[in-house]
Design a protein around this ligand. Structure first.
Ligand SMILES: NC(=O)c1ccc[n+]([C@@H]2O[C@H](COP(=O)([O-])OP(=O)(O)OC[C@H]3O[C@@H](n4cnc5c(N)ncnc54)[C@H](O)[C@@H]3O)[C@@H](O)[C@H]2O)c1
Length: 255
């Protein structure tokens, strides 16, 4: 399928997990992709693998919490490819703490990367998309944009904020042909999830418990989220904006 041919796309956090799967899929479907991350070695390797498969990809270092990095990322993308059609604001981190134990530094780190990073990426993208005549933004929220999970106070706050930011962008820029949506994954098998399980008293039991939280009886795979992101980017989703596309194997549906 080449339905995203020529749709110039940026994927932040594209060196790993959901971002990597998304970068690969968008490129496979014809989009020139710029992978942005702070993990330069892994990010460059992802871009290299995509190029070796005959598709178009570049890697650029970008800390999404830094305005100069983010503005530079969009400027370099436009310089290289002439436009920007899709911004996948996906980079994120997690700190496993309840509110009372969360330090100022931990709060700032999670909010600066997850929420401010999404703001900076969306702002730079919207400024360019207004010149382009439109575009599509997809932010990676979480089921924790919708419901809270214990011991993840800052993370839940950041993910709730991302969904409302996306709804605001959808509201402000719909008439400029800019669509903005959130994907809200359940537990997905990625290094971020591995970090969460590793600090549990019994990691194997925690994984089994996580599987059981989903109506489908298992966690998801990065490709299963990537397919939903590609859908939101594509014209198939032409009447979707401001939405929270829940990709959670039935986690939120289940008590
Ligand atoms: N894995 C899950 O269960 C799950 C569930 C719901 C939502 N999410 C969200 O999905 C997104 C991707 O997570 P993942 O599970 O693929 O994790 P991951 O750890 O595999 O990938 C995250 C990537 O973001 C990059 N990154 C971290 N800080 C950055 C920064 N300041 N600037 C640029 N890049 C940075 C990392 O280097 C890494 O490559 C995150 O926003 C996460 O919150 C994950």
């Amino acid at each position: 399928m080449n339905d995203l041919a020529g749709k110039v796309s940026i994927v932040t956090g594209g060196a790993s997990g959901i971002g990597e799967a998304t970068a690969r899929l968008l490129a496979q479907r014809g989009a020139p992709v710029v992978i942005a991350d702070i993990n330069d070695e892994a990010g460059a390797a992802v871009a290299d693998r995509i190029r070796r498969s005959g598709r178009v990809a570049e890697y650029q270092h970008c800390d999404v919490s830094q305005p100069q990095d983010v503005d530079g990322l969009v400027a370099a993308t436009v310089q290289r490819f002439g436009r920007l059609d899709a911004m996948i604001a996906n980079a994120g981190v997690q700190v496993e703490k309840p509110l009372a134990e969360t330090t100022d530094a931990e709060w700032d780190r999670v909010i600066n990367i997850n929420l401010k990073g999404t703001f900076l990426c969306c702002r730079a993208a919207v400024r360019q998309m207004l010149k382009n005549g439109g575009g599509s933004i997809v932010a990676t929220g979480s089921v924790l944009s919708l419901v809270a999970e214990p011991v993840l106070a800052a993370y839940c706050a950041s993910k709730g904020g991302i969904l409302m930011l996306i709804r605001s962008i959808a509201t402000d820029y719909g008439r400029h042909h800019i669509r903005a949506n959130c994907v809200c994954p359940g537990y997905i098998n990625t290094p971020l999830g591995d970090g969460y399980f590793a600090i549990q008293p019994d990691p194997a039991a925690a994984r089994r418990a996580a599987d059981a939280m989903h109506a489908l009886g298992r966690m998801g795979e990065p490709d299963e989220v990537a397919r939903c992101v590609a859908f939101l980017v594509s014209e198939e989703a032409s009447f979707m904006t401001g939405s929270a596309l829940v990709v959670d194997g039935g986690l939120v549906a289940k008590v």
